[in-house]
Design a protein around this ligand. Structure first.
Ligand SMILES: Cc1cc2nc3c(=O)[nH]c(=O)nc-3n(C[C@H](O)[C@H](O)[C@H](O)COP(=O)(O)OP(=O)(O)OC[C@H]3O[C@@H](n4cnc5c(N)ncnc54)[C@H](O)[C@@H]3O)c2cc1C
Length: 154
């Protein structure tokens, strides 16, 4: 197949649209199966809904702006990917009431049910995206070359 990506042409067997968690895991799966994968992403950054507020100079993640938690006990696919990628989790401190901000003053305290097995990824959820992106980028062919900022209409 021949795709036009940006101003360049690449011969590649698989095109993934979107560099969010789904797109990147699909790309790594396809690449591991021997396919040449190209990813196109409409946004200026990868990760989709997984993103973080970063320190401008060091680029250190300061706060999660999207997802924060994983539930390895209840999300076996997520747990498997964390294992494959060598990412560790740690238990979320989960005692007492949660403090809910943004529902009008004053902050509300209430129990937050359904948090059984709640964990956080060492390095934050963006570590998942960065590690996946490196795997795709290290592929023999394909990867992200010249593919950014180019929405695809099917
Ligand atoms: C505030 C918030 C908190 C959350 N908290 C949690 C949590 O704690 N735990 C949890 O498990 N989940 C949580 N989620 C859900 C989780 O973030 C999403 O399920 C997951 O990130 C979705 O990934 P995705 O790849 O399917 O989609 P997306 O992240 O939406 O990625 C899709 C990508 O495709 C790109 N794209 C779309 N159309 C085109 C096009 N035509 N051409 C090129 N590119 C295109 C988009 O720009 C985007 O980068 C939360 C979500 C939000 C918003």
């Amino acid at each position: 197949m021949r795709y036009k990506l940006g101003h360049r042409h690449h011969r590649c067997g698989a095109l993934r649209i979107g560099a969010g968690l789904s797109g990147l895991t699909a790309a790594v799966t396809l690449q591991n199966a021997g396919a040449c994968v190209q990813i196109v992403e409409a946004d200026a950054q990868i990760g989709g809904r997984i993103r973080a507020l970063r320190q401008p100079v060091t680029n250190r993640a300061l706060a999660d702006l999207g997802p924060t938690w994983v539930w390895p006990k209840h999300q076996p696919v997520v747990a498997r990917w964390l294992e494959i990628l060598g990412l560790k989790t740690f238990e979320q401190f989960n005692q007492g009431d949660a403090v809910i901000l943004g529902c009008g003053p004053p902050p509300q305290r209430q129990p937050l049910p359904g948090q059984d097995g709640m964990a956080r990824i060492v390095g934050g959820p963006t570590a998942l995206i960065d590690t996946l992106a490196r795997r795709v980028g290290n592929g023999r062919e394909g990867g992200f070359r010249g593919a950014w900022n180019r929405p695809v209409t099917l």
